[in-house]
Design a protein around this ligand. Structure first.
Ligand code: ATP
Ligand code: MG
Length: 377
């Protein structure tokens, strides 16, 4: 908060208004330490850039400039209203405005629409503080039109319910139920990013209950897969645990979730985690062949209580690089040229060593290799 206050002081000394806004104010009032502080100001982006030595144009088209100060980054956004959302994805235009209240009015929920001055006094035109106390998520203004402007807000309500362990206000929830189909107009990347956050929530089950109850799942890609008993889900901070949880308990493969445009790395990780989860008895080879992250996910899915790091530490080798004999050695010992045979023998050697049947010692490997090689020749 120190850096945000410094940014506000600099703006005020130059004759502008500036406040801390959004999620950070909400979390601060809840007694949580916010990760990052956002500042709103009536100074234009070009003024902000003039006033600070180091800035980055992170979202200049929406009026946001990242100010770098004391090893910290503060997003400074010019007061604005959002224009029409004709594609329900991004506002067509943003318009800079002079009043803080206009800026707060465009925000999604009352608890996210408060501002805090440098002296910590709260500007709260929509009753956000009261709703924080009541622990409810309530749209700013008319929920129906707010969700028509940007349908992602429906999913954000569901996400915040689990993140904060709050209820969704009755009228707000009713209007999500009524308009859940609008979620289809939202870019899948924005949807996925909210669902990712639900999976690292402190109360994923609550968000999932709302997601299903509101009718939103009917309009999400692979929406059926969300229908599960989430009470046994425990978030770990890895969003892929949630997606893997759906696939594992529905006995489906990663391909089933293609609608969400996962990265290749995410797809690979989920496939490996499922493979590990579907492996009944874990042995040294399992601990060797799967990464810690994959095994963490798999052990959560199967409720295995295992110290994965310890199991990994106890392995004779951690990777191929530690093998005491190389492909060159095998070629020399056999007198054969490179070819597909080599890969198979290296894997065989690796397996023998990892599982403890063979010592990782060059002489012993040679002896084992020559014996086995001639037996198969
Ligand atoms: P978190 O702590 O999870 O990041 P946050 O409240 O900071 O929660 P962000 O997505 O970072 O959420 O957005 C910052 C602020 O911008 C919100 O608090 C809200 O005031 C506003 N906001 C973000 N997305 C929307 C939206 N789709 N519609 C209206 N206001 C929004
Ligand atoms: Mg935020």
């Amino acid at each position: 908060m120190k850096t945000a206050v410094q940014v506000i002081r600099t703006l005020e000394e130059a004759g502008y208004e500036a406040y801390m806004v959004g999620g950070a104010v909400r979390d601060f009032l809840l007694g949580k330490q916010p990760d990052d502080w956002d500042v709103a100001t009536n100074a234009t982006p070009s003024k902000v850039k003039e006033l600070f030595k180091r800035t980055v144009d992170t979202g200049i088209q929406h009026g946001t400039v990242l100010v770098l100060l004391d090893g910290d980054g503060i997003e400074v956004t010019t007061y604005r209203t959002d224009g029409l959302y004709s594609d329900k994805r991004r506002p067509d235009s943003v318009e800079f405005v002079q009043s803080l209240e206009e800026d707060l009015k465009r925000r999604d929920f009352t608890i996210n629409a408060m501002a805090m001055a440098e002296d910590l006094h709260i500007i709260d035109p929509f009753g956000g503080k009261k709703d924080l106390e009541k622990r409810i998520i309530k749209a700013v203004g008319n929920p129906e039109s707010r969700f028509q402007e940007d349908a992602l807000r429906m999913l954000r309500a569901v996400r915040f319910s689990g993140q904060l362990d709050f209820e969704i206000d009755g009228a707000t929830l009713a209007s999500i139920r009524k308009q859940s189909h609008l979620i289809q107009s939202i870019a899948v990347e924005r949807i996925k990013s909210e669902i990712d956050k639900i999976f690292v929530n402190n109360n994923t089950a609550r968000s999932m209950e709302y997601l299903i109850d509101s009718g939103l799942t009917a309009f999400l890609p692979s929406g059926d897969l969300f229908h599960l008993d989430w009470s046994r889900y425990k978030a770990t901070g890895d969003h892929l645990l949630g997606w893997s949880f759906m696939l594992y308990f529905h006995e489906k493969e990663v391909e089933q979730l293609r609608g969400y445009k996962f990265s290749n790395e995410e797809k690979r990780l989920m496939a490996k985690s499922l493979e590990a989860a579907r492996t009944d008895a874990w042995d040294a080879w399992t601990y060797y062949a799967f990464s810690t992250r994959e095994l963490d996910i798999a052990s959560c899915l199967t409720q295995k209580n295992i110290d994965i790091l310890l199991e990994k530490k106890q392995l004779p080798i951690q990777s191929k690089k530690e093998l005491s004999a190389t492909g060159d050695d095998l070629m020399q010992w056999s007198g054969e040229k490179q070819g597909p045979w080599l890969k198979k023998w290296i894997l065989d050697m690796e397996r023998q060593i990892v599982t403890g049947f063979l010592q990782n010692d060059k002489e012993q490997i040679k002896e084992w290799f020559l014996h086995e090689y001639h037996r198969h020749a």
